[in-house]
Structure formats: structure tokens, C-alpha cells
Design a protein around this ligand. Structure first.
Ligand code: SF4
Length: 450
């Protein structure tokens, strides 16, 4: 956003009519400046002001979509330099690099890696999103044949890497419906490459020797009407990559410099031959500020920490990850199964539920909304206290699903036992559970056979 809330407010009608769904023009201006409102919601803005504000309200880094349907990846639209200022919006995509000059078995192995590497954590599926197919052979027929083989074997997003437009356009014919990213327009080929991208309505990567050349090329492509671009400043080592990425982000956000206001593509796979270093570089680029990160290997032991790191960096620091409040059945709970209660902080839920699962004891798990706080924090904040727990237990209706009246609370809040029993009207016996989640299986097995 180029304008502040006050600057936008000066251009609004100032009638405070409320038709935009916000009580005052000032409040609407503030929301608009934060990207939380749509200018169209105000029916009283003149056409000229609308045009002025629309331009100013464009995200400083354009959002670009690669791929289609459930495999589509959106990158860009970032608005801050530092995650704690607000949040990072669209996580970078991880791509596996495959060259058409690799042996067939190696290509098959890499596609299989791409399709199978996935992990579940705090209810989210973590996985790489893209395949970058490079024309190493410089042979049109071979490149097209490998592109065809790969797109038949994976639904993931595609990056086509070749600067010879003649070779690239054959591959585009094969997969344009999948909305591939074309890589790359350069100072030498940007006109023909731009025409190829425009005529097929595809996103285009732009590569420059340095930031100056890069900005020159994007300006020319914008003049051709091409807006969906992903930029590569040609960084060939991690030091330069971090510098370039930081300059691009700063120029886009602080100076609203449109020629560099695009998401970026990076190649840690070409910065080192050491796989550990490659993953380390990739993790640096997750933080600073890559849109796409191309890797040579997606082995699980590299990808798991990288995917978890990306998830952590791209969660909203102002909003804890939460589970929905309610009753969760684990291991086929029955009416005589134990009832455990915990809070709705995602990490707490997933640790507790996985330990309950591993106990093999059929169990009811009550998850109470504590605004995403963990057990001790929510107790200290007055959100996991006897009065609220009792009200939740009655409201959620667990009493209708079990034949007993025993409620197991976390060991860390043992002190609320007496008061909670009182709040529950003396109908429930409150049992103090274990303190550490790792002790849950043994606790439940003892409890179930007692
Ligand atoms: S609809 Fe327009 S004029 Fe009315 S309060 Fe909202 S911003 Fe102001």
C-alpha cells in the first residue's frame, strides 16, 4: 500500500454514511490502508479518486499464481520486511530441479520424490509444490518428451527452464493448460519471450545480471502489458542472494518501486554441491525473501526441517494456531471410555492426541477454546479456570455420551481439582492426570485397567 490511512481519508467523501459496512470514512480508510477492505465497498468515491486509490492500493509486491486448481501456488503480495511487523503472507514454493539430460531412472526417482514427500504437522499437510524442468540437452524434441513424461506423472506446478524461445514454445504447447512459469526472459530475448507468455497468458520469470538490468527488463515487459512476473537477480552465491533479496524487498515496500515489485525465484541448488549447505541456504531464503526455491534433492531428512521451518515463519505471529473447540473421539471411544480435557493450542492438541492414540485406549478428548493458549499459560491468563471449564463441559454435552462422571485434567493444573468439582455441582469426579504428554500412554493404560 503506497498511501497511509490519513492520506486515503483525505480523498474519501467524509460523510460517514456507513454504507461501506464501517461506521466512518476514517475507519474505512484505515482498513483500506491495511489491505483489509475493498475500495468498491464505498459507492460514493468518484471515478478519478477510484483510479488514484486503486493504483495506490495495489500490493507493493504483485501476487503471482503458478499452476491450476488444487496444485496452484500463489506467491508474492508481501507487505512487511519483518514477520513480527504483521505477518508474511504467501509461503515460498519448493521446486525440484530436473534436467532433460538426466537418465530416465533419475528423472523417475525425482518425480517420485516430489509426489511422495509429505508430512503432517499440527493438522497441516507440508509438501513441496513445483517441478522445475530444465532443457539441458538443447534439443527441442528431447525437452518436449521429458516435459510430457513429467506432466503425465505429477499434478504439481511446473517451471519450464530454457531461454531459447523456439525450444520453449514447443514445451508450452504440451503443458500450457497447467499454467507453467516460463523461465526466463533476459535482456537478449525479452521481446519474444514476452510475446510467448502474453499469447498464452502465462507467468514469466525475468532474469537480469544485476538489479539494474532486471528492473530495465521488467519495465519493458510491463510496457508490453505483462504483469505476472517472477524475478531473478542472477544471484549465484548465498551472500549475494541475501543482499539482492533484501534490496528487492526494501525497494518494493519502502519506495513502492514497481519494476522490482514482484516475487522472486532462487536457485540454492546452483550455489553449492554440498546438500547440507544447500538446505541451509534454502532455509535462509525462506526467511529472506524468496518466492520460489529450487532444490536438487527432496529427500525426507532434508525436507522435513525445511518444511517445518517454512510453516513456522509463515504462521501469523499475532494469532496462535488453534483447533476447533469440541469433543474428539480417539481409538474408537465408547460410553465407558476415559474423558480427558485440554486446551485448543494446536501444538498441545496434536501432542496430546498423538500420545492418546499411541496408548491404544479408547478415549474422549475435550478440546476447550482458550484462544490458542497452552495449558499453563491459559490457566495463568484466566482462560482455563474452573468456572469456564465447568461451563464448557456442560455445554459440550459429554455427559450425554458417557456412562460415568470422571474428568481427567492436566497434571499441571492439579490445584483446580477441588474448585472444578464444586463448579460441576459435585456431579463429576475430577482426576489429576500426568504432567508430561509423554506419560499419557502409561497413565491411560493404568487408568483403563484400574
Ligand atoms: S461508504 Fe464511503 S462515504 Fe460512506 S462511510 Fe464508507 S467510506 Fe465514507
Amino acid at each position: 500500500m503506497g498511501l497511509t490511512g490519513i492520506e486515503i481519508f483525505k480523498k474519501l467523501p467524509k460523510t460517514n454514511c456507513g454504507e461501506c459496512g464501517v461506521p466512518t470514512c476514517l475507519a474505512f480508510a484505515m482498513k483500506l490502508s491495511q489491505g483489509k477492505a475493498d475500495l468498491e465497498a464505498c459507492p460514493h468515491v468518484s471515478a478519478s479518486v477510484k483510479m488514484e486509490l486503486s493504483e495506490a492500493s495495489l500490493p507493493p509486491i504483485r501476487g503471482v499464481r503458478i499452476g491450476i486448481e488444487e496444485s496452484a501456488l500463489k506467491i508474492g503480495e508481501e507487505t512487511v520486511l519483518f514477520r513480527h511487523d504483521k505477518r508474511f503472507e504467501n509461503p515460498p514454493g519448493f521446486a525440484i530441479l530436473i534436467s532433460d539430460s538426466m537418465k530416465r531412472e533419475e528423472i523417475e526417482d525425482k518425480v517420485s520424490q516430489l509426489n511422495t514427500v509429505k508430512f503432517e504437522r499440527v493438522g497441516l499437510e507440508l509438501k513441496p509444490e513445483l517441478v522445475a524442468i530444465k532443457c539441458g540437452s538443447k534439443d527441442k524434441t528431447q525437452f518436449s518428451s521429458v516435459v510430457k513424461t513429467i506432466i503425465d506423472r505429477t499434478k504439481k506446478g511446473i517451471i519450464l527452464i530454457e531461454e531459447d524461445v523456439d525450444i520453449l514454445q514447443e514445451a508450452v504447447k504440451i503443458c500450457k493448460e497447467r499454467r507453467p512459469l516460463l523461465y526466463a526472459a533476459t535482456a537478449a530475448n525479452y521481446e519474444t519471450m514476452g510475446r510467448l507468455a502474453k499469447s498464452n497468458n502465462l507467468p514469466l520469470s525475468v532474469k537480469g545480471r544485476d538489479l539494474e538490468e532486471l528492473a530495465e527488463i521488467t519495465k519493458r515487459l510491463m510496457d508490453m502489458g505483462i504483469l505476472d512476473m517472477v524475478i531473478d537477480p542472477g544471484s549465484n552465491n548465498i551472500k549475494r542472494a541475501v543482499e539482492d533479496q533484501t534490496f528487492i524487498r526494501r525497494l518494493a515496500l519502502e519506495k513502492t518501486y514497481r519494476p522490482l515489485g514482484f516475487p522472486t525465484i532462487t536457485f540454492p541448488c546452483e550455489m553449492t554441491d554440498n546438500p547440507m549447505k544447500e538446505m541451509l541456504y534454502a532455509s535462509i531464503l525462506v526467511s529472506k525473501y524468496a518466492g520460489i526455491i529450487v532444490l536438487s534433492d527432496l529427500s525426507s531428512h532434508y525436507m522435513f526441517p525445511l518444511l517445518v521451518y517454512r510453516m513456522n515463519i509463515y504462521t501469523d505471529p499475532q494469532r496462535p494456531m488453534t483447533m476447533e473447540q469440541g469433543i474428539y473421539e480417539i481409538n474408537g471411544s465408547r460410553e465407558d471410555s476415559p474423558v480427558i480435557i485440554t486446551t485448543n493450542f494446536s501444538l498441545t492438541y496434536f501432542i496430546v492426541s498423538s500420545e492418546v492414540e499411541s496408548s491404544k485406549v479408547p478415549t474422549w478428548l475435550l478440546v476447550m477454546d482458550t484462544e490458542g493458549l497452552s495449558v499453563l499459560t491459559s490457566w495463568a491468563a484466566g482462560k482455563f479456570v474452573p468456572e469456564l471449564i465447568a461451563s464448557f463441559v456442560k455445554k459440550v454435552g459429554i455427559g450425554n455420551r458417557v456412562s460415568h462422571r470422571k474428568l481427567i485434567i492436566p497434571g499441571y493444573v492439579a490445584q483446580i481439582k477441588g474448585e472444578l468439582e464444586e463448579e460441576l455441582g459435585g456431579e463429576w469426579e475430577v482426576v489429576v492426570g500426568c504432567r508430561e504428554a509423554g506419560d499419557i500412554p502409561a497413565f491411560l493404560q493404568r487408568y483403563a485397567t484400574a
